[in-house]
Design a protein around this ligand. Structure first.
Ligand SMILES: Nc1ncnc2c1ncn2[C@@H]1O[C@H](COP(=O)(O)OP(=O)(O)O)[C@@H](O)[C@H]1O
Ligand SMILES: [Mg+2]
Length: 571
């Protein structure tokens, strides 16, 4: 509705042009009637015939002009509406939180902004136009026909209710089948997307065949359901034509007899037939328009379902001013992902003060979960997380996040220049600042050695970077933000030991006064940490300095021994 209001002028003139077309079309049979009647009475002359032909031609020119106008205005409206809706959808989506994106795969969202938006656009553009057109044509043609002979009109229209009822029934079936097809399309899109994302893995594991076969199965299902859909659609149109032919039969027979009896003139009879011809399209259009509306409504429903979702992570009612970050605290924090039985974090408590905090632990022990909760990516209950003693839930979302530089476990780079990637959080940073961040992350020299330096493109169309290079660019991005809290979730795992050592040393000058949380698979970078926690099954199994943990944590001792012997073996 808001968009109909916004563009009402465009719609108003468009529909006016449409009605003008209808009027002109409806007037043509009147001219034909005059010509035929004049012919029958022997009053027609070359001049009068030429005049009537010329009139029809000028109507045709008028029709062409106004048809262009309404298409331009109304179909243009539907495109504007589509754009506005797409913008709204994106602006909603970027507001959503992690739980939302865990629930809704990217493929499903892509289908919304593709197929579904197109359906809404079709329904609001050509759908509405056809509906108004069909309705007006029917109404006007019926009036003109009734003017010629009411009884004959009644006969000609008698088969219409059958059409209306069958269209209604078929539409309901259409709706159901169409929904299924839409859902399958989003599954298909999601599968294709994840296949392309994992293409290297698929090749390395030689799973091409299996992926292809699975895709083929999805495709077959999709085709089968599309055919089931097409069968319903296929019945609609021929059925309308059948009804139209029945009307024609009735008019030919009864109208012919009326003409023979002289009740109506031959001209009237011809005009009547022409009106009936004009009615054929609206009759068929009804089936098609019902179809368009069904699709549009189904799709709009799917879109609005997503748009109505509110992020679980909300702004506090009365936000407190942000404190100077002197500490982060975790109090009896438990966390469970929706749809999971096991707890990802289990009654975890921890006080974090400025300095380096190391986190080690087996995969799945909850390290990333803890990092993401601290980075304020998931909602938590009250009194669980604190920044300088103030509950996370009482602090404004964006400002709290702006205190934290978070490097997620999976490195995310944009298909853009290295500079843009590093400056992502501070697009206005100077070259010197960017180089400084890159130096701290131990990547400056390598970037400078590229042909295009910081302007080198990465990603699909650019350089292929090693995992370690990608990680260090992501680290530089976080360091550039110059924030009091830095959380690095396994962000050095692909960096070689020497470089890693160098990066940790770089931290020395930069660390004082800041909180740095470093999740690591390797023990080496944590040797300098004030404190290391060992996580196990969502809880802290042990904590202390490197030397203390060697005494108290068997897990820590084991990985340390493994890594040092492995290291020695390599040397
Ligand atoms: N997005 C998610 N949805 C559901 N379960 C998850 C999600 N992320 C992690 N988990 C589960 O939570 C537990 C802790 O995972 P995580 O914090 O990633 O561990 P770690 O980083 O230590 O490997 C694991 O059992 C994991 O399977
Ligand atoms: Mg992890």
């Amino acid at each position: 509705m808001p968009y109909f209001k916004k563009y009402w002028q465009r719609l108003f003139w468009g529909i006016l042009a449409l009605l003008t077309v209808d009027l002109l079309q409806l007037y043509i049979p009147r001219v034909i009637k005059q010509a035929v009647d004049a012919l029958q009475l022997g009053q027609a002359t070359s001049a009068s015939l030429l005049g009537q032909g010329g009139l029809i031609l000028s109507f045709a020119i008028g029709i062409a002009f106004f048809r262009f106008t309404w298409r331009y205005l109304v179909l243009g409206f539907s495109r504007l509406l589509e754009r506005d809706l797409r913008n709204l959808l994106l602006s909603r989506l970027v507001r959503m939180d992690r739980p939302f994106f865990n629930r809704r795969p990217a493929g499903e969202i892509m289908a919304l902004s593709g197929n579904d938006l197109t359906n809404v656009q079709m329904a609001c553009g050509i759908g509405i136009v056809s509906f108004i057109d069909a309705f007006m044509m029917t109404a006007a043609a019926v009036v003109f026909m009734a003017y010629i002979h009411p009884g004959l009109t009644f006969l000609a229209l008698a088969p219409m209710p059958v059409l209306a009822i069958s269209t209604g029934l078929l539409s309901a079936m259409l709706h159901k089948r169409y929904k299924l097809v839409q859902e399958q399309f989003s599954d298909l899109t999601e599968f294709a997307r994840s296949t392309l994302m994992a293409i290297r893995l698929i090749k390395a594991y030689t799973q091409e065949q299996r992926q292809t076969e699975h895709f083929d199965r999805l495709g077959k299902d999709f085709v089968r359901n599309n055919i089931r859909l097409a069968m319903v659609q296929g019945i609609l149109t021929p059925f309308s034509t059948l009804i139209a032919s029945t009307s024609l039969l009735l008019v030919l027979y009864f109208g012919g007899r009326l003409t023979i009896a002289g009740t109506i003139s031959i001209g009237d009879f011809v005009a009547f037939m022409t009106y009936l011809g004009l009615l054929t399209w609206p009759m068929m259009a009804m089936g098609w328009v019902a179809n368009l509306f069904q699709r549009g409504v189904t799709s709009l429903y799917r879109i609005s379902k997503v748009m109505e979702e509110e992020p679980l992570l909300r702004e506090p009612q009365n936000p407190l001013p942000l404190p100077v970050v002197t500490s982060l605290s975790v109090r009896n924090l438990s966390f469970q992902y929706s749809g999971r039985k096991a707890m990802a974090l289990n009654d975890l408590s921890l006080d974090i003060s400025p300095g380096l905090l190391g986190i080690v632990g087996r995969t799945g022990s909850g390290k990333s979960t803890l990092c993401q909760l601290l980075a304020r990516l998931y909602p938590v209950p009250d009194d669980r997380l604190f920044m300088a003693g103030i509950d996370y839930n009482q602090l404004p979302l964006a400002e709290l996040r702006e205190k934290i530089a978070y490097v997620p476990q999976e490195t995310i780079l944009f298909s853009d220049t290295i500079r843009t990637n590093i400056a992502f959080g501070r697009p206005d940073a100077s070259d010197a600042e960017i180089a400084q961040a890159a130096r701290a992350a131990g990547i400056h020299e390598e970037i400078a050695a590229f042909k295009d330096g910081y302007q080198s493109l990465v990603g699909e169309k650019g350089l292929l970077l090693s995992g370690g290079q990608r990680q260090r660019i992501a680290l530089a991005r976080a360091l550039l933000l110059d924030r009091p809290v830095v959380i690095i979730d396994d962000g050095l795992s692909a960096v070689d030991t020497d470089t890693e050592h160098q990066i940790i040393k770089n931290f020395d000058s930069w660390l004082p006064g800041r909180i740095c949380i470093l999740v690591s698979h390797r023990v080496a970078p944590l040797l300098a940490a004030e404190r290391i926690i060992v996580m196990e099954k969502g809880s802290i199994a042990a904590q202390g300095s490197h030397l203390q943990l060697l005494e108290t944590s068997p897990f820590y001792r084991t990985i340390y021994q493994h890594q040092t012997t492995a290291g020695e073996a390599k040397v």
